[in-house]
Design a protein around this ligand. Sequence first.
Ligand SMILES: [Zn+2]
Length: 414
Amino acid sequence: MGSTAEKVDNTLSPHGGTLVERVAGPEEARVTAGLKAIPVRGQIATECLSLAYGFFSPLEGFMTEADVDGVAKDMRLASGYVWSVPILFDLSAEQVNDLGIKEGETLLLTYQDQPLAAFEVEDIYAYDKEFLAAQIYGTTDEAHPGVQRTYRYQDRFLGGKITLVSPPRLQAPFDRFFFTPRQMRERFAENGWERVVAYQSRNVPHVGHEWLMKSAWFAAGADAVLVSAVIGEKKVGDSIDEAVILGQSMLQEAGYFLPEVHMTSILLWDMRYAGPREAVFHALVRKNLGCTHHMFGRDHAGVGKYYDPYAAHRIFEEIPDIGIKPVLTLEWFYCPRCGPGYEKLCGHQDQKDPISGTWIRSLIADGVQPDQQKFRTEVFDTMLEAGRLYGDGSPFVSEAYLANRNPVFIVPPV
Ligand SMILES: [Zn+2]
């Protein structure tokens, strides 16, 4: 891999130099009649969308063995571009056999009983899942959610290009926050934004989060902050996606950010909790959206105690320049003397009052409004409202929410 990797310019924006867009026109879509139809689960359907709209440029489809192997061992695609997290399509050997799927064949992937994407199968292979988990997550512990996901894959992988044949429809409240990379780039251009710092989120923002964004805006000398909220698979106890996106948006609606310097958007992605490797992935996707900077705080994309809290800061020193600048921040907390307090900044570190999920839950349980300096009233009310509308009464994910949640997108009937 070494020689290819050195010749490749990883700084080009979009990643690889060209924004991938693989959406069929009506003519091409008709050609899918007669193809073998394979129903896919939500995980795969979501990735078909992201691939087809170019969120994952330069990937044009699910990874071949050469790509997975390069990513696992070297954090490089076979082409030499930096890539850190595998994007895989799995089937059982039995299904491959029973359906008689061959390399060179085009399949029709269906979702919600509708045609979704054409899949040109280039490669059918097996891959050592334990090795893959160890390389990507730095552990083979099954308690790690990313490792679990890896082990749940079936025993064959199919690599090849994806073409969307039926563009899905995003559902409320997500629809007004979904922008393809092309649409996002157009918005940036209309607003005259040349320097945009991305802020990755999977939380309803408290004031500490707000200051992470504000400080990243200062540090990057940015025209604007792009909130890119990860919408996807959730664990019990997480904030529900609807509360996250509406709470983030409320920061602007209530005036904590002007629309001239702030935009809220979603990224359809199931968190892998791959720590530093996921930080690199997040940077590449936001680069594809047109961002020039990406903020990384404490324990980015981490889970449990698998990663050092600042491992995601150091990884950018170990890879080539990927053309989006990491903005590395420490933690903001509530300081009873200063208001917003920053690690290593003020002299009251001993009075540090971290704003925790446990604290927010206790407020909700007791029906108490939070201190405005710790959690904005408007955001708090929005979070509760989202819980009533979408979360079975609670803004936190429950088993009932997981079983009954509204789909984020639907594939309209042809
Ligand atoms: Zn202080």
